[in-house]
Design a protein around this ligand. Structure first.
Ligand code: SF4
Length: 372
């Protein structure tokens, strides 16, 4: 007799999170197994978001924990990096996704099939109706024999705006102090009437938060916390993103996944440096290891011959920021030309449209396992 295992992988990104909520609300009859494979190198905001999501959809398992419960620490990124002789993963050699996500996933599935009698597996992925058909899956031969892919958003006709609406309604981050205070700006405290706060008022609020945080400087430099040099403008983007139900990192970064993911754009590396300087330094330290082992010809996170230290010069930083702003403007213009008929002004969020801004189909080949 056929017995189907339904699985839905969470990346920490918005689409898979929205899909999990959508499936729970619209297909409650499916015994869905939610999973999230923590690489150990995720942003703290990703972990926080996944934990909150668990409160909404129910148990989320980590296949890595399930199959390597006795030697988890021995199979982390550093372990695999040693196995790969300090050769950093890259789009051409994406051993990180295979070893840290797909192998544990497959082992987990196999154990479940053997022990619980499943005969086939359906994996649900968050490809939307407004996206092109994608090949961005990495599965190896074993699972592809019994694994099929289902795309409920595509089948049910949900696009990007529908996904934002699902996140906004769920409002997983709405109880955060910064979000609560930010929302108060939009209400007249005396009359209760809605108001439109000035940009200055928003920035002032962020300044207050930063000052309070920095007053306890000891705490703020601990690993995993936001940096003390964070600007009010950046914090505002983070809070605005949370206000819309998205994880805070969408205020400055277009993807979930590892802090050092090589699929991020240079502008995102610069922002990582500002917001999580310790993660940027860690990424540099991995490059140093690779360099010590290989010398000339090292592949860095940004590719051959381009170490992260090349982003640290003030001139280069300005160049990257200016180039990014130019691309955003160009993209905004194009989007507005397209929507002219609707007479709506399109306001582009660079993190929602990073791939389009950089003309990269399918995230430059990034596997949806990591960021969808
Ligand atoms: S997020 Fe990036 S670095 Fe991490 S496993 Fe995925 S592709 Fe590799």
């Amino acid at each position: 007799m056929e017995k189907t295992l339904h699985v839905l992988g969470l990346s920490g990104g918005k689409d898979s999170a929205a899909l999990a909520m959508y499936m729970r609300d619209n297909y409650p009859e499916l015994d869905m197994q939610y999973y999230f494979t923590d690489t150990g190198k995720e942003l703290p905001e990703v972990i926080d978001f996944v934990n909150r999501l668990e409160g909404y959809v129910g148990k989320i398992v980590d296949p890595y924990e399930e199959v390597y419960s006795s030697n988890r620490e021995k199979k982390d990124f550093d372990y695999h990096l040693r196995q790969h002789k300090n050769y950093l993963p890259s789009p051409q050699a994406r051993w990180c996704t295979i070893q840290m996500k797909l192998v544990p996933f497959e082992k987990w599935i196999q154990v479940k099939m053997e022990q619980e009698g499943y005969t086939k597996v359906i994996s649900y992925v968050g490809i939307r109706a407004d996206e092109p058909a994608r090949e961005g899956f990495l599965t190896n031969n074993i699972t592809s024999k019994y694994l099929t892919i289902s795309m409920p958003f595509r089948d049910d006709g949900l696009d990007r705006n529908d996904i934002f609406e699902i996140l906004r309604k769920a409002d997983l981050l709405g109880n955060e102090e910064e979000v609560i205070s930010y929302r108060k700006l939009f209400v007249n405290s005396l009359t209760g009437e809605p108001i439109d706060p000035t940009d200055e008022a928003k920035i002032d609020l962020m300044k207050n938060f930063i000052e309070t945080r920095n007053a306890d400087a000891e705490k703020t430099v601990e690993s995993g916390t936001l940096a003390p040099q964070l600007t009010p403008e950046t914090l505002l983007k983070i809070v605005e993103s949370k206000d819309q139900g998205k994880p805070g990192y969408y205020g400055w970064r277009s993807r979930s996944g590892c802090t050092f993911c090589f699929y991020q754009q240079k502008i995102e590396w610069l922002r990582l440096k500002e917001i999580y300087p310790q993660a940027f330094e860690e990424a540099k330290a991995y490059e140093k290891k690779a360099e010590d082992d290989r010398g000339n010809g090292t592949f860095y996170w940004l590719g051959k011959g381009t170490p992260l230290s090349s982003l640290e010069s003030e001139t280069r930083k300005i160049e990257i920021i200016e180039n990014h702003e130019l691309r955003v403007k160009r993209f905004e213009k194009k989007s507005n030309r397209r929507s002219n008929l609707l007479r709506e002004k399109v306001i582009v969020s660079d993190t929602d449209s990073m791939d389009e801004i950089y003309d990269e189909a399918e995230g430059g080949g990034a596997c949806i396992t990591c960021y969808k």
